[in-house]
Design a binder for this molecule. Structure first.
Ligand code: HEC
Ligand SMILES: [Cu+2]
Length: 385
């Protein structure tokens, strides 16, 4: 023990921290979608969970402070005492100590049980209020289908809801297990094949709140994202009325050609557009895709460049996707995109209604680079903004 290993250890630690920090920051800088902050809540249900989090956190910090204090005292004492070679006093079988470290944690956990049970009853114990807007949500590999019970409006990957009114979601799965999770409004609820679960919450402010499938469900599990778009009641009414109207037929030559390709290339076999064909649940309803904030289940902002990339490189952008790569040329993808861009909600501008939604921001016409299968997701879906 002539060379204490401290110096070496500290060096290694410093290098690890530096490299780790660099990797972590480089990684998050490239992410397309902001990471939702669980503690920045947007519904009373989520606020209840976050209150509980802070309470448990408070207790944990308190316990940790005590443990660390004892540990530091032990280390300091040990260092001071290091010239003494004799064995320390043995305390094996100390009844008082053992009782103390059994009873104190039991008491702490018993105290924490009270607010936990209270939160569970608040969140799960009550049926959704009568005036709730009911939406059927079906999880599919790897996207979400939303059908509004009363109006029959069908959409995908985005729940649009008014602030101040409860939203009740009936959750089901068409294939394997998924889990519905929009952290800022509610906890996770699993979607189980052959079983219907419900989840409800009341958005308490306007905003776009990001969510994610929270149950591993296949190759693109991590690419199965979703959004809650919470609008003021007036904007919501406008949205709901618009969503029941078909989009205006295309006028420009390129878009008209695209609408023909939409039929010729077989897109209509899987996708429905109001006024063109009926919905058959194979692929997302595209009636108002031009007004959606995202494509491919929340992984790409809905820009022209991203749409072309998606149509041409579907399976590289989203591994395991149920939409085949149809081998479209750049020209075909451009004219299909021109058509899809015309499929907007009549009389409703999501960008005006919701200024900071990451929607069709600046988009360029430049041909995107071909994504490679082993690119990182960030690289595959690079945000053109
Ligand atoms: C075999 C069925 C099938 C065919 C054919 C097909 N798609 Fe798809 N499409 C899907 C599925 C399934 C998804 C959902 C993929 C996902 O996000 O996991 C999808 C997603 C999309 C999306 C994104 C929708 C959203 O809300 O995120 C667009 C746009 C789209 N397809 C356009 C097309 C066009 C244009 C064609 C024809 C060139 C086409 N699709 C052909 C099945 C199909
Ligand atoms: Cu899933």
């Amino acid at each position: 023990m002539n060379h204490p290993p401290h110096a070496k250890f500290l060096q290694v630690l410093a290098v690890c921290l530096l490299v780790g920090g660099a990797l972590a920051s480089g990684h998050s800088a490239a992410l397309t979608v902001p990471t939702p902050n669980i503690l920045d809540t947007a519904s009373p249900n989520a606020a209840e969970v976050s209150k509980l989090f802070w309470l448990v956190m408070g207790f944990s910090i308190f316990v940790m402070a005590i443990v660390v204090a004892f540990m530091v005292a032990g280390i300091v004492g040990g260092i001071r005492d290091r010239n003494h070679d004799e064995e320390p006093p043995q305390t094996h079988g100390n009844l008082k100590l053992e009782l103390a470290w059994t009873i104190i944690p039991m008491v702490i956990l018993a105290i924490l049980l009270i607010p936990t049970l209270r939160a569970i009853f608040i969140l799960d114990g009550f049926a959704a209020p009568e005036n709730a807007i009911e939406v059927n949500v079906v999880g599919r590999q790897f996207w979400w289908e939303m059908t509004y019970r009363d109006s029959g409006v069908i959409t995908a990957n985005e729940v649009v809801a008014p602030v101040g009114t409860p939203v009740k979601l009936n959750l089901a799965s068409a294939d394997t297990m998924h889990s519905f999770w929009i952290p800022q409004v509610a906890g996770k609820t699993d979607l189980i094949p052959g079983n219907q679960r419900t989840l409800w919450f009341t958005p308490d402010r306007e905003g776009v709140f990001y969510g994610q499938c929270a149950e591993i469900c296949g190759d693109s599990h991590a690419n199965m994202r979703l959004r809650l778009v919470a609008l003021s009641p007036e904007k919501y009414e406008t949205w709901l009325a618009a969503a029941q109207q078909p989009a205006k037929p295309p006028q420009a030559e390129l878009a008209v050609a695209g609408s023909q390709l939409f039929i010729d290339k077989g897109c209509v076999n899987c996708h429905a557009v109001q006024g063109v064909n009926t919905y058959n649940r194979t692929g997302p309803d595209l009636s108002h895709i031009g007004s959606r904030t995202s494509i491919a289940a929340g992984i790409l902002p809905n820009t022209r460049e991203n749409m072309i990339r998606w149509l041409r490189y579907t399976d590289t952008v989203k591994p395991g996707v149920a939409m085949p790569n149809l081998g479209l040329s750049q020209e075909e993808a451009e004219s299909l995109t021109a058509y899809l861009e015309t499929l907007t909600l009549p009389g409703f501008d999501i960008e005006r209604a919701f200024g900071d939604a990451p929607t069709k921001a600046a988009s360029t016409q430049a041909a995107p680079p071909t994504p490679q299968p082993n690119d990182t997701l960030e690289k595959r879906v690079e945000n053109p903004r």
